[in-house]
Design a protein around this ligand. Structure first.
Ligand SMILES: [Zn+2]
Length: 259
């Protein structure tokens, strides 16, 4: 889930754009309205390289939590959830905590996942943390960011052709970041991550009801002023909550039928 659209998040996005697009031409105004999907054009090693570049940038700009108790807790949960994600896409998954009260979490291509302290504080149980972790890992295994970068890259190639060559409309890297700022996971990506992520954290033995209960908590919190940053690009709709509840009920029914 890209749980936010803050400038901190953008630091990574700009870097990704620069690395992925190189010196290609890009025109924000032209591509903004383009809806074409190009699929994932990045190789596994591309994804890992881009994700790690962005991770370095994020860790330069944010304080990574060094509280051993929090880190041990997160590693413990991750060590149960990640093996199930790795069956779909064997990336070098990592989990780190950013020392911030923001209620937020996000995943980078190829493995790195970050949770903000604020989200861990809001989640009352390991189960709810595992549910968010499963969702984030699913963004990675389903290559959602990589597809978006590929889209942007594809659009830039299109624009390149339209403007007849690379010398035609070279934009600055700042412009690239600006365009990537407008990218966010689609509703389809979000529901796919809910569904796939559900599989990961329940296979790890966590409470199937935890995803819905965390979503309800996020929704309740969003009623106040501002609300969690996570919600700005990850609206927790009633439909998402309902689907998570149904999935949990189905899962429990199937399990009890097997007994
Ligand atoms: Zn998401």
């Amino acid at each position: 889930m890209r749980w936010t659209r803050t400038t901190r998040r953008r630091a990574g996005a700009t870097l990704l754009a620069g690395a992925a697009l190189g010196a290609m031409t890009f025109g924000g105004a032209v591509v903004t309205g383009c809806k074409a999907r190009f699929g994932n054009m990045l190789s596994k090693s591309d994804e890992i390289r881009l994700g790690q570049q962005a991770a370095r940038d994020i860790e330069r700009k944010n304080r990574v939590e060094d509280d051993p108790a929090i880190n041990a807790r997160m590693q413990r949960i991750a060590s149960r959830v990640f093996p199930h994600a790795a069956r779909d896409f064997d990336a070098p998954f990592t989990i780190k905590v950013i020392d911030s009260k923001d209620v937020n979490a996000f995943a980078l291509p190829g493995g790195p996942i970050y949770f903000y302290r604020g989200l861990i504080d809001l989640a009352e149980s390991d189960d709810e943390i595992a549910a968010v972790l499963g969702h984030e890992a699913a963004h990675i295994t389903r290559h959602h960011s990589a597809k978006q970068i590929s889209d942007a890259q594809g659009k830039s190639v299109l624009l390149d052709i339209l403007t007849q060559g690379r010398g035609g409309a070279v934009q600055t890297l700042a412009g690239l970041g600006l365009v990537l700022d407008q990218l966010s996971y689609s509703r389809g990506d979000e529901s796919e991550s809910d569904e796939v992520g559900f599989r990961y954290f329940t296979a790890a033995g966590y409470d199937p009801a935890a995803m819905a209960s965390f979503f309800r908590k996020m929704k309740a919190k969003s009623k106040g002023s501002g609300g969690p940053e996570w919600l700005s690009s990850h609206p927790v709709t009633d439909q998402r909550i309902r689907r998570s509840e149904q999935r949990a009920a189905e899962y429990t029914r199937q399990r009890s039928a097997l007994r």
